[in-house]
Design a protein around this ligand. Structure first.
Ligand code: NAP
Length: 233
């Protein structure tokens, strides 16, 4: 039996990842702030503990760790829950510092806090940490300085963790653009129907688990398995 903790599993990529791992027989601990959305997302899945709560809350993180230990092991931590920050995305000159702190609490502090809480069972299992990144961590898009710098910090946490924790695989994973609530928030009022569904990034994430390449930063676009038609054309 393999066990994963996935934060932010009520919609988008977190939900798609939870369903894919459950299909493979994994046991799961999942969370999101909205209990109702989370219950809908996991309906029908076996061996799932779903906890409503905010990853920025130490009490909620402790409850997640307790739920994990109920399964007796942890093979995978996916730090997926994330905050875009203020929408429309403001330039750095006018970025509200309270809002910036909240972005960092969700995207940087909470993922590291979960890693600290769960490093021991992850190391025992020779497990994997996947921290969700973004192209905004490495590209200088106007308005993306708050969210992008938080993802850059998480990337570097992943890098250093990989150097410190030889027994773990530590990945920063950039899923690429996806048609989700967060993406819509980044482009308010725009038609984002040309972006791929979040399910399209899941095969690349699963490939990290199946092939266990060296720790590092990976883009879904570079991991996606070409279809037979693409290989033969
Ligand atoms: N969408 C894109 O184009 C894109 C591109 C690059 C990277 N990413 C990254 O991919 C990951 C998934 O993004 P997504 O687009 O799938 O997001 P999404 O559709 O907005 O879903 C976010 C999930 O996280 C939960 N969540 C948010 N804040 C939380 C908190 N403080 N505590 C607990 N749960 C929380 C949400 O539920 P509640 O609101 O109920 O809490 C929801 O389940 C994120 O790390 C994002 O930065 C996305």
């Amino acid at each position: 039996m393999s066990v994963a903790l996935i934060t932010g599993a009520s919609r988008g990529l977190g939900r798609a990842t939870a369903r894919a791992l459950s299909n493979r027989g994994w046991s799961l601990v999942v969370d999101a702030r909205s209990d109702a959305d989370l219950s809908d997302a996991i309906r029908g899945l076996p061996d799932v503990v779903a906890l409503g709560g905010d990853v920025t809350s130490p009490g909620h993180r402790a409850a997640l760790a307790t739920a994990v230990m109920g399964f007796g092991r942890l093979d995978l931590l996916v730090n997926n829950a994330s905050s875009l920050g203020t929408s429309p995305l403001p330039p750095l000159r006018g970025y509200d510092l309270g809002a910036l702190r909240r972005v960092y609490e969700t995207n940087v502090v909470a993922p590291l806090a979960l890693i600290q809480l769960l490093a021991e069972p992850l190391a025992t299992a020779g497990g994997t940490i996947i921290n969700l990144s973004s192209d905004a961590a490495v590209e200088a898009y106007q308005g993306w300085g708050g969210y992008g710098s938080s993802k850059a910090a998480l990337d570097q946490i992943t890098n250093v963790l990989a150097a410190e924790e030889a027994g773990l695989r530590c990945y920063a994973f950039d899923p690429g653009d996806m048609r989700t609530d967060m993406h819509q928030l980044a482009f308010p009022g725009e038609d984002i129907s040309d972006r791929p569904e979040p399910e399209s990034a899941v095969p690349a994430l699963l490939r990290l688990l199946d092939e266990r390449p060296p720790s590092g930063r990976y883009r879904a676009a570079d991991l996606t398995i070409p279809s037979p038609a693409e290989v033969t054309s």
